[in-house]
Ligand binder design. Sequence first.
Ligand code: AMP
Ligand code: TRP
Length: 330
Amino acid sequence: MKRVLSGIQPTSDSFHLGNYLGAVKQWVELQDGHDAFYCIVDLHALTIETDPALLRKRTLASAAQLIALGISPEKSTLFVQSQVPQHNQLGWIMECLTGFGEASRMTQFKDKSSKSGADSSRVGLFTYPMLQAADILLYQAHFVPVGEDQRQHIELTRDLAGRFNSRYGQTFQLPEAYILKTAAKINDIQEPTAKMSKSSGAVAGVIEIMDSPEANLKKIKSAVTDAGKEVRFNLAEKPGISNLLTIHSALSGQSIDSLEKDFEGKGYGDFKGAVAEVVVEYLRPIRARALELLEDEKHLLDILHQGSEKARSVASKTLESTYKNLGVVL
Ligand code: AMP
Ligand code: TRP
């Protein structure tokens, strides 16, 4: 079985619909037929200053939501990055392999550091991609399912793996980015030309998994629509309606064509009511399951500890051969 690895940062209390339809839904599908490792990358989240109580809460909330969304701890290895110290150990070796100029060209670093100003950016933000490379290479992953924005980091990971292999002997599997063309890109429901995102959007535009059904119902009913009154998919002329069609279709499984037919002659109001119904009913059991998991913290921690133990057993083997090939005395 081919191995798959991906990671998600525990930087918010709730994932949103974009995270689910753009990423986690694919993770769930890949569990079948692959040896899947999914990592809550709490060390990466430290590149933004976080309140300790919040980091803890969000790490647990992320785990509960991933499980509620369908990541099965029996099928996949679900674990917390900081519980596997080999990530930091291999991370250092990746840093020693990366050129300063090479790291300076990472667009995520350039974007994020230009916001806070280069001088007040953390060194951790600069070395973030090298830690990410370690996340991937430790597990000898074949595929890394991520969004388009992460392609450059996966390319760097491949370069580093190839460089290490040619200097020190075959050690790492070269991973491939697994960027799903079919993954839905979900936009903000108040500003439908922008991506749904907690960092840039207003709360009203973001559908959160952990929000109450009532709150989400209200949000969708107040979603921005477009000029005209036909329910038709047209990204340029009808970004609001198109986004809602994408959301409905991704969750209900009904094709956009057939949705357009169903709503022929009906207004935007009816359509938004139907979208609200689909989203709310889809998320209702997921939120309930996540809340239930969070009630029993000990059980949730047990699941994560088991995942981390399994991850450590794989990661320690890779680190050992890396050290051996480097000439480190073992
Ligand atoms: P982020 O928290 O923005 O780093 O996103 C975590 C994951 O969710 C990444 O794999 C993103 O590609 C995906 N994602 C985030 N926002 C959206 C969106 N609006 N539509 C589709 N996928 C998204
Ligand atoms: N950098 C990724 C993001 O922002 C998260 C991440 C960290 C990751 N380590 C990873 C993704 C390893 C895939 C594989 O979304």
